[in-house]
Design a binder for this molecule. Structure first.
Ligand SMILES: [Zn+2]
Length: 457
């Protein structure tokens, strides 16, 4: 057994390290200029959007000129981690501020229990009007994420082509009120098939893909499943580049709509009054770690964009410490002056935005897939654990943000500290969880859409 004194001092060192994830620590320079609330809140929930495929997060392709413009007026969280690699548990964590092991909307087809208090319920209680325009799938009514929305418009895979005009009209009509508006889309999700001119935008100069290959949900799911069989069938290099270019075209398509959204924001005066949040439930893997789509806990899948544009663009800047998506709900309730419901496990990011944050800055992700995966990010490092496979990997996030080089063997002491954090987190989530696990009752149309997204066999 390791010397407990050494371990204790390492733990202290890691807490210190965790203060600035990169060392720049720009948050301390921010002023406390957050306008007094309550403000209208607009959530742009762009499913499957990888942080590092946006210009604002350093991507080389020009996928996101309008999101980058929004980012320049926002508090941009450099290292925001989703709590799960798949839609249902991750979205449920975002909307309840609770880890998946505690809210229990984990298994495929399970519903969020009524006992959980959602962001929409908490704000409705506070007198907010609540409205949502969603793209179906796990946000279809019946899965429980609709709790608290007085108006819930489900578009079942229609994407922003269906949702966009209705959401903008809703904003124009309700611009003077106090409201929570959720706009959610699967446009970036498989199939990677955006409309022209976005589709062709990043295809130029690529080697020819295999004739007939298209990155449909079925094709990508077949590749993903092959990695778990004895005979992996990874995409050939040209097909992989083709799939990525179409995924990026999908981001550009969503970004173009965000340009329209920003215009309406200014036209209606909501740019001055409202808080706008852009985020995703998870990213997407392109064979960086022997997989595609989203199932692993690597940064490709769990590092998500998080932009919080405060009214008038107050406090805009980049925040480097690690944060979790379960922190979003407490942050928005803090802004609204609303009390935190019992059982919320996230913490308000307002102190961090004000430059008054307190370490440790730590983030946990989890999934029952692939042998019970767990991940912890702390102090510029990240550990990923597969419980059933007894495999532990450690990465230096600053030098290796894609987590390609496992350094667990080189840093046994740090690995042990990270493991201790994971164990105490497990104890914490075991202390409280909802009963959960109920199956959602949803219609045939929803099941058909989930099939087309690759979720249901
Ligand atoms: Zn998703």
């Amino acid at each position: 057994m390791r010397n407990p004194l050494i371990l204790a001092s390492l733990l202290a060192a890691s807490l210190l390290l965790s203060f600035g994830c990169g060392g720049g620590g720009g948050e301390a320079e921010k002023t406390a200029s957050i306008p007094a609330g309550p403000h209208p809140i607009i959530l742009l929930d762009i499913g499957t959007l990888r942080a590092d495929h946006l210009g604002a997060y350093g991507y080389s392709r020009p996928t996101s000129p309008n999101i980058d413009r929004l980012a320049s007026e926002s508090v941009l969280f450099e290292w925001a981690f989703s709590q799960a690699p798949t839609t249902a548990p991750s979205q449920a964590s975002i909307f309840t501020g609770i880890y998946p092991s505690s809210h229990r909307m984990i298994e495929e087809g399970s519903r969020l229990v009524d006992e959980a208090t959602t962001l929409a319920e908490a704000l409705a209680e506070r007198g907010y009007a609540t409205a949502a325009f969603v793209d179906g799938g796990y946000l279809s009514p019946g899965f429980g994420l609709e709790q608290g929305f007085a108006f819930y418009d489900n578009n079942q895979g229609g994407g922003l082509a269906a949702i966009g005009p209705k959401a903008l009209e809703w904003m124009r009509k309700n611009a003077s009120g106090n409201f929570l508006l959720l706009i959610h889309t699967y446009d970036v999700h498989t199939p990677y098939d955006p409309p022209e001119p976005h589709r062709s935008l990043f295809l130029q100069g690529l080697a020819a893909a295999t004739e007939g290959f298209e990155p449909t949900a079925e094709a990508m799911e077949a590749v993903r499943e092959s990695f778990h069989s004895g005979t992996p069938r990874p995409l050939a290099a040209a097909d992989l580049e083709y799939a990525k270019a179409l995924y990026d075209g999908g981001i550009h398509y969503v970004d173009a709509w965000i340009g329209e959204f920003l215009d309406v924001l200014r036209e209606t005066g909501l740019a001055k009054r409202a808080t706008i949040v852009l985020f995703s439930d998870h990213g997407e893997e392109f064979q960086e770690h022997g997989s595609v789509v989203h199932e692993k806990l690597h940064t490709t899948v769990t590092r998500v964009p998080l932009l919080v544009r405060l009214p008038g663009g107050a406090s805009a800047g980049r925040v480097e410490p690690i944060v979790e998506m379960i922190d979003l709900m407490p942050t928005l309730l803090d802004l609204a002056g609303a009390p935190l419901p019992a059982h919320v496990q996230g913490e308000s990011l307002i102190p961090l935005i004000r430059g008054e944050g307190r370490p440790p800055y730590i983030a946990f992700s989890e999934s029952p897939l692939l042998g019970e995966q767990r991940a912890v990010a702390l102090g510029g490092y990240r550990m990923i654990l597969s419980k059933d496979l007894h495999a532990t990997r450690l990465y230096n996030l600053m030098e290796d943000p894609l987590e390609l080089k496992d350094i667990a063997g080189d840093e046994p002491d740090r690995s042990e500290v990270m493991l201790r954090h994971l164990r105490s987190w497990e104890e914490k989530v075991e202390l409280f969880s909802f009963e959960g696990g109920d199956s959602a009752a949803v219609g045939a149309e929803t099941l058909e859409q989930l099939r087309s997204l690759g979720y249901v066999q």
